[in-house]
Design a protein around this ligand. Structure first.
Ligand code: HSE
Length: 372
């Protein structure tokens, strides 16, 4: 029986992965063993099966006996353990949700509804390292995969509206604390029927600028505001999040001619859905109807929202999509810049298709491959 080790299953992405695998009855046909970096001997997750106590996630000898290791533990863990395992000659499959190995030459970024061919080729050519992509990139590719498949895209500008979850669980909690903190004095003030919007704003802005606002993690208020900077600076004024758009898209698709992808990445106060507004330059002019059909045919999770007010405000929002596997895409229209310029807007759950789902699916793909 194949032995599969899970590390980082307790964290946010890991726990969504566990939940999804349990939901889909994926814990079968292999022996699942759970590890811990801090609670060796403790109890593993409830996966509906008897499992042994937690093993030490730094035990290289034990890890080396595994066929597959799945980690959602984060980059530091990967950077510490992965090179040691490979140095010791371990030939197993490493599945990773962190970015540490994404740009390594012998790794594949996985998003199987978009790059199944790349994955299959990787498996048959002996590649053993499979890494989940950046959430924004994965969600963009899921939304636009029809247009990519038809080789219609010359370049894309993606302006993002990224959820707190992308920054981590602590940040999600901090966002809620900020919401409570900034609205607290408004609760009383709003009872006065004569209160004006300007006065409420004054009260709220005072709270936003108070040095009491909880912002240990974001550094600044996000509630009732936004942060147009995600991750560290890289070259030419980009942030690392913006840099990933180009490099990861082209690595996922293994494009011969790189497709330019760029934009400004912005953190907004949604909890776990990343949204993105695209300007897409097509290689040729295609009718709007055809574009819509191509987008709809992208994959089975696409939820195409017609470019109408009611449908858009009801269905193309984080409030509507959070916790679902749907990849909502709408606002599709030709732009004033010319016939080959298309606008679109997408919303996707950052923890599902943006993180856990591609990992869950590559595990299944690898298990099926090894069983053949
Ligand atoms: N880096 C992303 C963000 C999430 O900060 O929203 C993970 O890919």
């Amino acid at each position: 029986m194949l032995k599969v080790g899970f590390i980082g299953w307790r964290g946010m992405v890991g726990s969504v992965l566990m939940q999804r695998m349990k939901q889909e009855n994926d814990f079968n046909g292999f022996e699942p063993i759970f590890f811990s970096t801090s609670n060796v001997g403790g109890k593993g997750p409830d996966i509906g099966l008897e499992i042994p106590p937690l093993h030490d996630a730094y035990d290289i000898k034990l890890l080396s006996s595994f066929d597959i290791i799945v980690t959602c533990q984060g980059s530091n863990y990967t950077k510490k353990v992965y090179p040691e395992l490979r140095k010791n000659g371990w030939k197993g499959y490493w599945i990773d949700s962190s970015s540490a190995l994404r740009m390594e030459q012998d790794s594949i970024i996985v998003l199987d509804p978009v790059n199944r061919e790349v994955i299959d080729k990787g498996l048959s050519s002996g590649i053993k390292t499979y890494v989940g992509g950046n959430c924004t990139v994965s969600l963009m590719l899921m939304a636009l995969c029809g247009l990519f498949r038809e080789d219609l895209i010359e370049w894309i500008s993606s302006m993002t509206y990224q959820a707190a979850s992308g920054a981590g669980a602590k940040n999600m909690i901090e966002l809620v604390k900020q919401m409570i903190f900034v609205s607290e004095p408004c609760k009383e003030a709003i009872k006065d029927p004569a209160i004006t919007a300007i006065e409420l704003d004054r009260i709220l802005t005072e709270r936003l600028r108070s040095n009491q606002i909880p912002c240990e993690n974001f550094g600044v208020p996000l509630a009732a505001s936004l942060i147009p900077w995600i991750d560290v600076p890289v070259e030419e004024g980009q942030t690392r999040e913006e840099w990933k758009g180009f490099v990861e898209t082209n690595k996922i698709l293994q494009t011969k001619e790189p497709i330019p992808v760029d934009g400004i990445c912005v953190r907004v106060g949604s909890m776990r859905c990343h949204s993105q507004a695209f300007t897409i330059k097509l290689k040729k002019s295609v009718s709007l109807k055809e574009i819509e059909e191509i987008i709809k045919s992208g994959n089975e999770w696409i939820k195409f929202i017609p470019n109408e007010r009611d449908a858009t405000i009801k269905h193309l929002t984080p409030a509507a999509i959070s916790g679902k596997l749907d990849i909502a895409i709408g606002r599709v229209r030709k732009m004033k810049m010319g016939e080959s310029f298309v606008a679109a807007f997408t919303v996707g759950d950052q923890l599902l298709w943006g993180a856990a789902e591609p990992i869950k699916r590559i595990l299944k793909i690898i298990i099926n491959y090894l069983r053949k």
